[in-house]
Design a protein around this ligand. Sequence first.
Ligand code: UDP
Ligand code: MG
Length: 309
Amino acid sequence: MKLISAVVPCYNEEENVRYFYDEFIRNRPFFEENGLGYELIYVDDGSLDGTAAEVKKLAAEDGAVHLISFSRNFGKEAAMYAGMQSSKGDYVAIMDADLQDPPSLLPELYGYLMEGYDTAATRRTTRTGEPKLRSWFARRFYRLINRWSQTEIVDGARDYRLMSRQVVDAILSMTEYCRFSKGIFSWVGFRTKWVEYENIERVKGQTKWNFWSLFKYAVDGIVGFSAAPLRIASVTGVLFCAASVLMILLTIVRKLVFGDPTSGWPSLVCIILLVSGVQMLCLGAVGQYLEKTYLEVKHRPIYIVKETL
Ligand code: UDP
Ligand code: MG
């Protein structure tokens, strides 16, 4: 019998734990028809509410429900990693607890794996229910990162996907600390079938993202999968050097040939401000990479488990 594992990262989702289970379990006839067993791994990412207690209640009713509880909030990336690490399934699905990733799509995703795809991934085609400005920035981000990075980052791709064991093992072999899954999923390769669906709003509770956290996430993505900002910094440096050499020559020629007095400290101040501004910007870009390198070389664990069930 083949096994499907569902990994469900949860952060303060006590209202959704059971909802999700009820929806997921509707696939039971499908599982039986196809000779599939299932396991449901809820990863409690340091929730402050009763998420873990809810999962324990479920686990008492259904032995296929498992719980991994973190010692604090480590973020969804860490939760997905932990869930995948402890999954035993021949196929592994990653699903949000808030039902934005409809479990009713599982049979379709499974169908594509049977056709020979290694991954069936989902992407949303609409951004309804999202502030206009946020959508605009999101689109800019995808344009930018795809121009700068060799790894394709698909606009609107969700983390909801069904993967074969081989793909999961490949993802687990990437043990980096600063995890940007949208990039990691794509980086490992394999044949991926994209399944599109309209955005669904979460049933209960609130999204954990705000504009600032999304911005930081975008920067993480760029730093994790592209070195373009570093290259741009070097190119800017070269351009500014060239410009200053030209200006020095021009000033000397003007002084010697035309006897012009070298005038104008306002222009000088402008140039100093511009150049030092660009320098700070480039230094900042380098700093971003240094920060990530620092985090990686410390080799801290990606998550710490408090309790498992
Ligand atoms: N999540 C998590 N750790 C976090 C933040 C979120 O495990 O630090 C989980 C959350 O419980 C949910 C999923 O990740 O199941 C997606 O989170 P959310 O719905 O807030 O994101 P959105 O769907 O708005 O992108
Ligand atoms: Mg959500």
